[in-house]
Ligand binder design. Structure first.
Ligand code: AMP
Length: 412
């Protein structure tokens, strides 16, 4: 089966192929034609099933052929950013082939003013978390009566996160005559009840779970001078704006210190370690789960057992002591069928240790160098010939000479 059999316009087909979407996933094959027919959808779909493109591609088709506007409600800012990026990529691929389509992506936990500016003149497709959307509606920055398509993405998580009241308020503001698309990974009673209230004789799409036993974790290693790790981390955090990161360090002190450094750089970060009371630990985790906290800097205490649903990134700021700890740490991401990324920061001093971890786990990661953060020290200084006599303890003077040689090498 190819995309061309699904009824999408040539412009949208070309955009899909530019994004290397060649064969529709099972969810896409069923959802796309039904959306183009104007039907409501009730789909069971998980992250990784291609569910985003399943609704975005036909919505783009509809938006380019008439003037429909779509509202996409998502539970977390991570998903808002992810969906927004997917739409952005397709819009870029559409280029000038169609009338311009304006995208808005809004979520809580950040200043509202830039979002109000972004929405001036309206948005044709708006990706939003419910609370922030209502704030924007209250400030007249969004006119809900113009959205004739509603998507609920990850409806079960929207309810789990306590958004039922907000969703009902939003539903009351949308036009009664609209197309509604409902996506959820699970269907407990409250999700079914919400679907029944929203949908009008929907097409049901139930695809067998795509969950695999092998977690989908992309492992990366970034090579950087040890002293620049905090800068690289801040860069990675900003590059992945809005996405949560669990950062591992070696000590309680390191956890406090790095969280402070990040906080001073304007990043919403908090420490997490064994000296915290259970109450405080729960609070940090609750804020992290809700997305109001973006970065948690933790000791290995958080390496085991903690399940933060949909955590997209784990960073090894300090390397773990053992391959077992490495496996536990990176296993905090890529859970429950979701995909995730684990990034280890490697410096000259820790390269040999990381090699041992790689050998034990039978992996070999490419050492990435980030532009602007090239390491000055690419290997540990070989034992410098200081003039000391082999087998004889170094004199004070020899030690000073060796230190000076090392410093010189580091400054090259
Ligand atoms: P999702 O389930 O929407 O989170 O999508 C999972 C990933 O699959 C995303 O990175 C998409 O860009 C990608 N994707 C979606 N549809 C296709 C397709 N038909 N072919 C290849 N990749 C796809």
């Amino acid at each position: 089966m190819s995309f061309s059999a699904l009824g999408l316009s040539p412009a949208v087909l070309l955009a899909a192929s530019k994004k290397s979407y060649i064969t529709p996933t099972p969810v896409q094959a069923e959802v796309i034609p039904a959306v183009l027919w104007g039907e409501d959808i009730l789909a069971q779909a998980q992250t990784g099933s291609g569910k985003t493109a399943a609704y975005v591609l036909p919505l783009l088709h509809l938006m380019t052929t008439d003037s429909s506007k779509a509202l996409i409600l998502v539970p977390t800012r991570e998903l808002a950013v992810q969906v927004g990026n997917e739409i952005k990529g397709l819009l870029a691929a559409l280029g000038k082939m169609t009338r311009p389509i304006k995208l808005g992506t809004v979520f809580g936990g950040v200043a509202i003013n830039p979002q109000m500016m972004q929405l001036r003149g309206g948005a044709d497709v708006l990706v939003a978390t419910p609370g922030r959307l209502l704030d924007l509606i209250d400030k007249n920055a969004v006119r809900p009566e113009f959205f004739n398509t509603l998507v609920l993405d990850e409806a079960d998580r929207l309810l789990d996160m306590g958004f039922a009241a907000e969703i009902n308020r939003i539903l009351a503001l949308l036009p009664a005559k609209r197309q509604s698309l409902f996506f959820s990974a699970t269907f407990p009673d409250d999700v079914n009840a919400l679907a029944t209230g929203i949908l009008n004789n929907p097409t049901r799409v139930m695809i067998a779970s795509t969950e695999t036993t092998q977690p989908d974790i992309l492992q990366r290693a970034v090579f950087v001078d040890a002293g620049r790790r905090a800068d690289v981390l801040a860069h990675l955090i900003k590059e992945n704006a809005g996405q949560r990161m669990l950062v591992f360090v070696a000590s309680k002190h390191g956890s406090e210190q790095l969280a402070n450094t990040l906080y001073a750089k304007g990043i919403n970060a908090a420490p997490f370690h064994g000296e915290f009371s259970q109450g405080r630990r729960n609070q940090v985790l609750a804020e992290f789960k809700s997305g109001s906290l973006q970065v948690v800097v933790a000791t290995d205490l958080a390496g085991r057992g903690i399940d933060i649903d949909g955590l997209p990134f784990v960073v090894n700021y300090d390397l773990p002591r053992s391959p077992v700890d490495y496996t536990h740490r990176i296993g905090r991401t890529g859970r429950n069928g979701a995909s995730g990324t684990a990034i280890s920061l490697i410096s000259a001093a820790t390269e040999a240790h990381f090699r041992l971890i790689e050998n034990r786990l039978n992996i070999r990661l490419n050492r990435e160098v980030l532009a602007g953060f090239e390491a000055r020290l690419t290997s540990m200084p070989a034992v410098v010939n200081t003039g000391g006599v082999k087998g004889v303890r170094m004199s004070k003077k020899d030690k000073l000479r060796a230190a000076a040689a090392r410093a010189e090498q580091e400054n090259q």
